[in-house]
Design a protein. Structure first.
Length: 67
């Protein structure tokens, strides 16, 4: 299995084909790349692809505690 960034995957396959391989629209793929989401694409043993986003935990922003 090979893991690459969404940008690399899109460059390798072209945005329209890459979006189709991931089961999403080309516009959604373009927006994800444009806003800089940290997404990685993995090719599975059966030849299909899966995309996963790396997000900080917890995902909500931490609020400063008031004294």
């Amino acid at each position: 299995m090979c893991r690459i960034t969404l940008n690399e995957f899109s460059t390798e396959h072209g945005q329209t084909k890459a979006a189709g391989l991931l089961g999403m629209s080309q516009g959604a793929l373009n927006k994800a790349m444009r806003v800089g989401r940290d997404i990685y694409v993995t090719k599975k043993l059966d030849g299909s692809y899966v995309a996963e986003e790396v997000r900080p935990f917890p995902s909500q922003s931490l609020k400063k505690s008031e004294p």
